[in-house]
Design a binder for this molecule. Structure first.
Ligand code: CTP
Ligand code: CA
Length: 229
């Protein structure tokens, strides 16, 4: 295990971690979802407990067992995730947004199951944008000195490399740290391993050696701990 920090460097701290992917319902049985196993968020929660923290884990549609010693709040939609994260964050020393919130939701949610049309036509989906939770908690800190961490899964495109996109996302979101993941090819989804760079608003960049999601979790807490107020 690659560990820089002390065994109990999060003792007396309350941290909030979000995990999983949100679902936005079209009707009672169908949803638009975001792909996320929740493995990295759960590993973060477990690692924080092992370093002495009190942990609230806001968990969206994850099938993993609740980690021992963690307060789990189950949510489904991005609005529910927002409400739970904001409530838990009011008293938190650090917040890590490892969840993948769906960016859009159907403008209308049908009360009844949508039926197929007899003529074979498909319904048009009207979508609206969900609130940006990370930007909100970053720009309106519940406590002075609260450390806010975001994740970015990027593939890189014509507008920039994975790291360039990460730098501009970090600035746009206003968080302290951004954990940037290169997901070209979809390799990390559901995988036990991860390969990330942790970018800091103060200019720092830590290239975390490829490893288990647990070792990546500890690298993230190693970056958070010295920044705590
Ligand atoms: N995030 C959030 N609320 C949203 C969307 C994203 O809090 N509605 C958080 C994620 O939990 C993650 C970070 O923002 O920590 C970056 O997510 P990402 O999807 O990369 O950012 P977006 O701003 O949605 O940008 P993109 O258009 O690339 O999806
Ligand atoms: Ca997004």
């Amino acid at each position: 295990l690659a560990r820089g920090g002390a065994e109990s460097d999060l003792a007396g701290r309350h941290v909030v971690v979000s995990a999983g992917g949100t679902r936005e319902y079209l009707d009672p049985v169908r949803f638009l979802g975001n792909r996320s196993s929740g493995l990295q968020g759960y590993a973060l929660a477990r690692a924080a407990v092992s370093r002495g923290a009190r942990v609230t884990l806001v968990s969206a549609n994850v099938t993993l067992a609740a980690p021992a010693g963690v307060d789990v709040v189950a949510v489904e939609t991005t609005e529910q995730l927002r409400a739970a994260v904001l409530a838990a964050t009011a008293e938190a020393d650090a917040v890590v947004m490892a969840a993948a919130p769906a960016d859009f939701r159907p403008t209308n949610r049908s009360e009844n199951k949508i039926k197929k049309a007899a003529d074979g036509s498909a319904p048009a989906l009207e979508l609206e944008q969900n609130p940006d939770i990370l930007a909100e908690i970053s720009h309106h800190r519940a406590r002075a000195g609260q450390v806010v961490v975001g994740f970015a899964a990027e593939t890189g495109d014509a507008s920039g490399s994975v790291l360039e996109l990460g730098r501009s996302k970090l600035a746009r979101k206003g968080c302290d740290l951004l954990v940037v993941n290169d997901v070209s090819g979809g390799a990390v989804f559901g995988s036990e391993r991860n390969d990330v760079v942790i970018l800091a608003a103060d200019g720092d960049a830590v290239d975390v050696p490829e490893g288990s999601k647990v070792s990546v979790a500890h690298a993230i807490w190693d970056a958070v701990a010295p920044r705590l107020a």
